[in-house]
Design a protein around this ligand. Structure first.
Ligand SMILES: [Zn+2]
Length: 123
C-alpha cells in the first residue's frame, strides 16, 4: 500500500546552557526527516523501522507544522548540553588527570625479559 510521505528539513540555532560551566552555548540543528502518513497505531506498526509515522486519523485533519518542528527539535536536543571538548570554560577534572598520566617510556619494556630466555644450547 502506498502512503504519502512528508519530507521536511529543520534548521535552527538553539541557545542552551552548558551543564558543565553553566555558560550559554549554541546548539545548531540541521536535520532532515521523513514522516509517513498513516491512519492509526496499527498502520504505524507496519512501517519499516527507518520510517517514522505521522498519524492522521481523518483525511481532513489539519496538522500544525509548528508542532511537527517542535517535536523534531526536542528530539534533536542533546541529553546533556555541553560545550565541545576544549571549548568549555571549565576544565573537567577527570579529563585533565587522564592527560597528565606519565608517559609510557618510563615503564620497563615487558619484552626485555624475553631476551634473557634463550634456550640452552643456542647462542
Ligand atoms: Zn561549558
Amino acid at each position: 500500500m502506498r502512503r504519502p510521505l512528508l519530507v521536511a528539513h529543520v534548521q535552527a540555532d538553539l541557545h542552551l546552557q552548558c551543564q558543565t560551566c553553566l555558560q550559554p552555548m549554541l546548539h545548531r540543528v540541521d536535520h532532515e526527516f521523513t514522516l509517513c502518513v498513516v491512519k492509526d497505531d496499527d498502520e504505524a506498526d507496519e512501517l519499516s523501522e527507518d520510517l517514522d509515522p505521522l498519524i492522521l486519523e481523518d483525511d481532513n485533519e489539519e496538522i500544525s507544522t509548528r508542532d511537527l518542528f517542535e517535536d523534531e527539535l526536542i528530539l534533536s536536543l542533546p541529553v546533556v548540553a555541553n560545550h565541545e571538548p576544549g571549548a568549555c570554560g571549565v576544565a573537567v577534572p577527570a579529563l585533565q588527570s587522564a592527560a597528565e598520566e606519565p608517559k609510557a617510556s618510563t615503564k620497563e619494556n615487558p619484552f626485555a625479559v624475553l631476551a634473557g630466555l634463550k634456550k640452552p644450547g643456542q647462542s
